[in-house]
Design a protein around this ligand. Structure first.
Ligand SMILES: C[S@@+](CC[C@H](N)C(=O)[O-])C[C@H]1O[C@@H](n2cnc3c(N)ncnc32)[C@H](O)[C@@H]1O
Length: 367
């Protein structure tokens, strides 16, 4: 069977080097051979673990956040609850369970899952089978892209979604910025980073990024798909009441740096070693994402650290209640709480940004 590496080597031989974004896009979402398309990468036996898979507290607090925000929007019925990149469906299942605590919230939901992977869609269907009973008939929808989600008031949640969107990389040389590309070694066996010959097209590097203070050899990352998504969401928030929550690892200020990384079996790998076999991500530039959203009309809040955000939402109290209900799991619950919130685990590297309709007050966690 052809591997994705063989396929990409052929593509490079025929059409020349790929941009890092083209390489990343193929590695993650090539229809047959992309990393996400045919596997479940989560958990101890997989490649990495995400916050909702660490503890139910994460999804429950975000479900309550959505219900509070829905009330602040005037309790629209129907309201689209959208999750981008829902993985195994664990986050949505926990959110819906907690959302049941707010009168009328579940009954007004139309749930949209934006997911590109057929394998993960199946996992999500399994995880959310029970949820169909509490929601009105036919209120779970799957889409490949956010643009397909029907218009209307909306609440959006995306955990570790933006980091999977492809980045373009640019390196500063004595001749100016050059795009970093993926080519092959002389024997055509291995992938190699090379630089494009000419300058990138006008606008390829957003003006806000163009690296004040960047020195020779420095790398900048631009994420056109994230900027386009921010603009599309902000456009909707300007037309209809809504709020969106983005949680991811990344930086608050735009800065030079190569953050492309591959992870397999819970370990970092060479991003070029085995395309399609390892998860490939790059840190989220929250400042760039927020600028794109603000420019298209959204009110932007944060980013704040995930630890501070979850603490403001009451993870301490939720943790104590869980420990009282399940004393046999007390240590596990405490360890999960620490992992999600402490500065040397996920509390600071992971950040949370909210986009809300203009005129709406700052949501919980951003006051
Ligand atoms: C790192 S996982 C995060 C999963 C989940 N949110 C969680 O926290 O466990 C990324 C998710 O985004 C999906 N995904 C990646 N690229 C996508 C794209 N371009 N469009 C839609 N879904 C995508 C993946 O299939 C997967 O469900």
């Amino acid at each position: 069977m052809t591997s994705l590496a063989d396929h990409l080597r052929r593509r490079i031989a025929e059409a020349g080097p790929l941009s890092v974004a083209e390489y990343m896009d193929a590695a993650l979402t090539h229809p047959r051979l992309g990393y996400y398309m045919g596997r479940d990468p989560f958990g101890r036996g997989g490649d990495f673990i995400t916050a909702p898979e660490i503890s139910q507290m994460f999804g429950e607090l975000i479900g309550s956040w959505c219900a509070v925000q829905w009330r602040a929007m005037g309790g629209p019925d129907p309201v689209n609850l959208v999750e981008l990149g829902p993985g195994r469906g664990t986050l949505m299942a926990d959110m819906l369970r907690a959302g049941g605590g707010a009168e009328g919230f579940l009954e007004s939901l139309s749930v949209s899952l934006v997911e590109i992977s057929p394998a993960l869609k199946t996992s999500q269907e399994d995880a959310l089978m029970g949820a169909k009973d509490v929601l009105k008939a036919r209120t779970l929808y799957w889409w490949n892209d956010f643009s397909e989600v029907p218009e209307g008031p909306l609440l959006i949640v995306a955990n570790e979604f933006l980091d999977a969107l492809p980045v373009r990389q640019f390196q500063k040389t004595p001749q100016g910025w050059r795009e970093r590309m993926v080519g092959v070694s002389d024997d055509r066996k291995e992938f190699r980073f090379i630089l494009a010959d000419g300058a990138p097209e006008d606008g390829a590097i957003p003006p806000d990024l163009s690296g004040a203070g960047a020195g020779e050899g420095d790398i900048l990352e631009a994420r056109p798909a994230a900027a386009a998504l921010a603009e599309a969401i902000a456009g909707r928030l300007a037309r209809q009441p809504g709020a969106a929550l983005f949680i991811d690892y990344g930086h608050s200020e735009s800065a030079a740096g190569d953050t492309l990384q591959a992870v397999k079996d819970h370990e970092y790998r060479d991003p070029l070693a085995a395309p399609g076999e390892a998860d490939l991500t790059a840190h989220v530039d929250f400042a760039a994402f927020g600028r794109a959203a603000a420019g298209a009309g959204a009110r932007v809040l944060g980013p704040v650290g995930q630890g501070a955000f979850l603490e403001a939402l009451g993870i301490g109290v939720r943790g104590e209640a869980l420990m009282a209900a399940e004393p046999a799991h007390g240590r596990e619950i405490e360890a999960a709480l620490l992992r999600l919130t402490s500065e040397d685990a996920m509390g600071r590297l992971f950040k949370v940004m909210a986009l809300v309709s203009p005129g709406l007050a700052p949501p919980p966690g951003f006051e």
